[in-house]
Ligand binder design. Sequence first.
Ligand code: NAD
Length: 271
Amino acid sequence: MRVYRADALRGQRALVTGGSSGIGAAVCRALAMAGARVVVNYLSNRDEAEQLVKEIQADGGEAMAIQADVSQEADVQRMFRQMIDTWGSIEILVANAGIQRDAAFHHMSLDQWNMVMNVNLTGQFLCAREAVREFNRRGVIPEVSCAAGKIISMSSVHDIIPWAGHVNYAASKGGLLMFMKSLAQEVARHKIRVNAISPGAIRTEINRSAWETPEAEADLLRLIPYERVGDPMDIGHVAVWLASDASDYVTGTTIYADGGMTLYPGFREGG
Ligand code: NAD
């Protein structure tokens, strides 16, 4: 389904963290469809990342895979260096990598807490910092985009909906909300836009248990007024719009792409 101009992002260079699977892969495909060159960042599954690069290339797009752990400063700096050495700069960062390490609170280990914070929050900081440094170095190139750069953080409806049993994850996404807004306020005068997408329930590996059986899916659908589980490309389309000049006056905001999940509770007639 092609729902936007194929040249919306022509000439722009994008990096998508955790780009080889799920939502990240759909974002890579969507950005490439809109004309951007795309770095598919991956943590460990090189085959999956290379396969996606091949698919984008077969579709007429340009992409390359770069390994990096977003929670490691040296890895993140190496990844940005490699991208900038190869393609000259970056206009779009989609900081998508994220993990869950679920546990009842009284059983949650410090490792489970730290891993989620390191990837979901520190990873956002490390990647956004490298992006801002490069956006500031280069400045605005009007033929390419009205903005010097765009950062899109992949958050979650659990940045505002509490999530019992997932305190580490909800805390990381809630923290990301203020990270995104404060950074947006700080860098707006440099013509850098920072926004977030908060997906609801999207059919990917991270939440397989919530949709893989008919019973689980029926339970999930009770929370979604639009009565369907989301597709990764639902998020890809939002990312294209936030990355494009069509959203040039939008910064510091979150788009809830959730089929109405945040309109809780009691949406159904008769309770
Ligand atoms: P996913 O597990 O397919 O994607 C997560 C990606 O992040 C994977 O490719 C993984 O390898 C990568 N990753 C993990 N740790 C990393 C690290 N240290 N460095 C680099 N990459 C790393 O699941 P997804 O659903 O596609 O999740 C993508 C994002 O969307 C996450 O931030 C998640 O919190 C968010 N999200 C997903 C849903 C959903 O319903 N699927 C809902 C809300 C938010």
